[in-house]
Write a protein that binds this ligand. Sequence first.
Ligand code: 5GP
Length: 191
Amino acid sequence: MELLKRRILQDGKCYPGGILKVDSFINHQMDSKLMYHVAEEFARLFADSGANKIVTIEASGIAPAIMVGYIMNLPVVFVKKKQPKTMENMLTTTVHSFTKNRDYTVCISHDFLTADDRILFIDDFLAYGNAAQGIIDLADQAGAQIAGMGFIIEKAFQHGRDILIEKGIRVESLAIIQSLENCEITITDQA
Ligand code: 5GP
């Protein structure tokens, strides 16, 4: 996605520890047109995936996920980072956040993730693959299948993809960052 890559190079900011900030167009202020193009691309890539539901994790996955759901005409469920007292049939797992350096217990209701589901997971970033592994665990608990995983930005140097590919999961990323060394953003076409 040339549009996305150009925008990352223009407005993305590097932070120590291999963090890319895209707060002006994805993570805080959101460029809705760019997000729509992102979602169209995911819908095109996963058109043949047989997914019946989009799953994401709050908060930053929700915006792209809802647009993908709209375009693919599929329901969207987000995994929650706080456990509501009122949630019924709760499934939980632990996810490590490396940007915040802490573990979260995340949850989803079994009512919305079942053995009848074949899910497409959409998120903003793929780094070490921790969030994605949490989704795999929740899907396993529910007996759901995974049709694929789509990330707006993948940081290849943190190798999350390897873990997912090893598990036989189809991974699509719209922009792949090869390096953020010396605070220079290098984008590759190679997965
Ligand atoms: P992972 O779980 O793959 O290790 O990291 C992905 C999750 O952490 C994403 O949901 C994303 O919110 C957050 N994340 C990881 N790396 C970055 C980054 O460089 N920038 C931002 N803004 N978020 C990141």
